[in-house]
Write a protein that binds this ligand. Structure first.
Ligand SMILES: [Cu+2]
Length: 259
């Protein structure tokens, strides 16, 4: 008996691995999303928690029930030739265990679909629009004032930040110039594909001053890993000053792309 229980020890690895993986590492392997700073980031966070927590509870209950049955009713504990009660063909049970998962999966589908409709429709009540264009390998952000911030991909350090004012709803019109890229800053919004020849939309409304990281979430070529994203939000007055500086730079003939 002791030997058979000892054989179960590898099962202990599962909760241990889960606990360890939930420690937030600088490399960003945490299964927990970062603190959301935009309403759509918050909605996605809520959807993630709203689905994951019940899923983990179901997982733990099912595994516990399985282990309980396996250990309590193991063959060595039963009389020789024992045959357990047969439930094959029990309509009530079969309908119940078909309907229960169906209802759960349809619930998850409805919940997620409603969230997608909120976050990835082209909103009309925005303060201004920025055209975000992905290319191999970097992002260009063209502001309504006409200047463009070039966030060229690099692994050598930080990339040029995409600067936004706090508490302004900014619509992002995503475009691609070569292959499909995907703009993703987990604290701010969901992954939005930047597709050549087709405009996709997302938006952000950052509620505090700070900067947040993201990256291209669609394998797009050899420099894919360099396509970092940094979103930096500022108070409106700082943002206005920053815009003036960018306009002057764009107007100057010898201007180098936004340092
Ligand atoms: Cu990319």
């Amino acid at each position: 008996m002791k030997a058979s229980i000892a054989r179960l020890w590898p099962l202990a690895i599962v909760p241990a691995a889960f606990l360890l993986s939930s420690c937030e590492a600088p490399g960003g392997i945490s299964p927990i999303f970062p603190t959301p700073v935009s309403p759509n980031g918050q909605n996605i966070y809520n959807t993630y928690i709203g689905i994951s927590v019940p899923a983990i509870i179901v997982f733990v209950l099912v595994e516990a029930a399985l282990l309980w049955v396996v250990i309590k009713y193991r063959r060595s504990k039963q009389p020789a030739g024992y045959i357990p009660p047969q439930i094959h063909g029990n309509h009530t049970l079969e309908i119940a265990w078909t309907l229960a998962p169906l209802v759960i999966v349809l619930g998850i589908a409805g919940y997620s679909f409603a969230e997608l409709q909120t976050d990835f429709q082209p909103v009309s009540h925005y303060d201004f629009e920025v055209v975000v264009s992905g290319h191999q390998f970097g992002w260009n952000y063209t502001y309504p004032e006409g200047f463009t911030v070039r966030q060229e991909g690099t692994l050598a350090g930080d990339v040029q930040p995409f600067v936004v004012p706090v508490n302004k709803l900014i619509r992002l019109r995503m475009q691609g110039t070569d292959v499909i890229h995907s703009w993703w800053v987990p604290a701010i919004s969901g992954k939005t594909d930047a597709v050549p020849g087709y405009d996709n939309f997302t938006w952000l409304k950052v509620d505090r001053v700070g900067s947040w990281r993201g990256e291209c979430a669609e394998l797009c070529g050899s420099g894919h890993s360099t396509m970092q994203i940094i979103v930096q939000s500022m108070e409106q007055s700082d943002y206005d000053a920053w815009v003036q500086k960018q306009k002057q730079k764009a107007a100057a003939p010898s201007a180098s792309p936004s340092p």
